[in-house]
Structure formats: structure tokens, C-alpha cells
Ligand binder design. Structure first.
Ligand code: APR
Length: 238
């Protein structure tokens, strides 16, 4: 076990940030690897409010395709190891995911926030109510709450403010261990979370390759999430 983890008490507070890399081995493609998810669609063509105003049908088609893709994806050993840690850990544990898939949810994570929204939810353009939306969405989709509202994917697009930032920063300031798993460090504010932790917090990055912000971490381990995360959980619970 690395020195930074040995001194950790069993009621230490943990914050775990995950990105697309934790879902890669479940068959959900990441954003910036070679065959990146965005390749067939330029970012500007899909994941922005402007794109939705300009071509809502294209944006709906893109997210419908991703939503359907989830049906064949299953949580992997990394998602499951985090659930095992959550249930066995005496201290606070919060998983902050940038992912919009439901793999952490299906694995059983309870203390979980989706800071970039959720693929299986929709949001009314009128009353802004967020509702479960497992099926396709299009320009004729209507809000189940208010009679007038059209619907948009409950996804945080570029230039929009991520969700739950206040509780996330509160948890970061208090935590004793911050772990980032499967994220490239390209997109803020998540890429800056490692700089927002307190002075005594241990920091660890688990990634297939060193991320853009690996130098900000006290320790970096490279490998696949389905190897690194169960190993880390075994260390913490030993
Ligand atoms: N195990 C661990 N890490 C992996 C694996 C794996 N099996 N496969 C890929 N990775 C790593 C890659 O090396 C990369 O550093 O996961 C990271 C994925 O990076 P991105 O594709 O940039 O995904 P992410 O960091 O989650 O993107 C953040 O950007 O496009 C926006 O809103 C979108 O939430 C997304 C945000």
C-alpha cells in the first residue's frame, strides 16, 4: 500500500471523481480516445445550447443513439468495487461522476452526483422539471408536468454550469482522500478539483495513461480501471 494511504483512518472522508475511462470497459466509448465518442459529431454540432437551438433534431438523434447504447452496457468491476467500498467504509464517501451513463447507479452507488447530467433523464424547456426519460426524445416530446413544455436531454452542455457544484466543493474541502479515475483532465471544473482539496488531503489518480493534470496528484497509477480500482479498494479495506 502506498504511504499516502497507509496513514488513512477508517473513518476518513473520501471523494472519488470518475470520468469516461471507468465506463470504457463496459463498452461506453470515451470522449477523447482515438475512436472518441464525438468523432462522428463535432462537439460544436451537438453538445452545446447553440447546437440545440440551431438543429434540435440532430441533437436529439445523437442522444437517442447514446441512450439506446446504454441498454447493452453493464457496470464493470470498477463500478462494483466502488459500491463495495461505499458499503464497507465507515467514513463519508462521495462519488462525483462526469459520466451521463447510469452504470454507477445500476452498480448500486448511493452517494453519487452526476455533475454533467444523466442520459436517462429529460428536462422540460418550460418548467425545467427533470423526469426519467429512458426512451427516445424528439421535438414533439412533451413535458409530463406542464402542458406547454418541450423537452431537452438532462445533459450539461458546454458553456453550461455543471450540477451540484456547491456540495461537491464542500466535500472536496473536507475530504482526506481524493481519487480521480478515468478522466483526462481536459474539462474544467472537474479537472481543477484536485487543486480544491484541503492541505492535508491525499490525492491519487488512476488512469489508463497519465492525465493532463497528473502532476497535481501526490500519486498516479496507470492501468485499466477494472484492475486499478478493485486493487485500491482492497488496499483501503485491508
Ligand atoms: N481504464 C482507465 N482509464 C481509461 C480507460 C480504462 N479502461 N480507458 C480510457 N481511459 C482514460 C483515458 O486515458 C482518458 O484519460 O479515461 C480518460 C477519458 O478521458 P475523456 O475521454 O476526456 O473523458 P472525460 O475525462 O470523462 O471527459 C470529461 O468532457 O466531453 C466532456 O462532458 C464530457 O464528461 C465529459 C468531460
Amino acid at each position: 500500500m502506498s504511504p499516502s494511504l497507509m496513514a488513512l483512518s477508517r473513518d476518513a472522508r473520501l471523494v472519488i471523481l470518475t470520468g469516461a475511462g471507468i465506463s470504457a470497459e463496459s463498452g461506453v466509448r470515451t470522449f477523447r480516445d482515438g475512436d472518441g465518442l464525438w468523432e462522428r459529431h463535432r462537439l460544436e454540432d451537438v453538445a452545446t445550447p447553440e447546437a440545440f437551438r440551431r438543429d434540435p433534431d440532430l441533437v436529439h438523434r445523437f442522444y437517442n443513439e447514446r441512450r439506446r447504447g446504454l441498454a447493452t452496457a453493464e457496470p464493470n468491476a470498477a463500478h462494483r468495487a466502488l459500491v463495495q467500498l461505499e458499503s464497507a467504509w465507515a467514513g463519508d464517501l462521495l462519488v462525483v461522476t462526469q459520466n451521463v451513463d447510469d452504470l454507477h447507479d445500476r452498480a448500486g452507488s448511493k452517494h453519487l452526483v452526476h455533475m454533467h447530467g444523466e442520459l436517462l433523464k429529460g428536462r422540460c424547456l418550460g418548467c425545467r422539471t427533470v423526469v426519467a426519460w429512458p426512451g427516445d426524445m424528439d421535438c414533439d416530446s412533451r413535458c409530463p408536468v406542464c402542458p406547454t413544455g418541450g423537452m431537452r436531454p438532462h445533459i450539461v452542455w458546454f458553456h453550461e454550469l455543471p450540477l451540484c457544484l456547491d456540495p461537491i466543493y464542500e466535500a472536496l474541502e473536507r475530504c482526506d482522500l481524493f481519487v480521480a479515475i478515468g478522466t483526462s483532465g481536459h474539462v474544467h471544473p472537474a479537472a481543477g478539483f484536485v487543486e480544491a482539496v484541503g492541505p492535508r488531503c491525499r490525492t491519487l489518480e488512476l488512469n489508463l495513461e497519465p492525465s493532463r493534470v497528473v502532476s497535481a496528484f501526490q500519486e498516479g497509477r496507470t492501468g485499466r480501471a477494472t484492475d486499478l480500482v478493485p486493487t485500491l479498494v482492497a488496499e483501503l479495506l485491508s
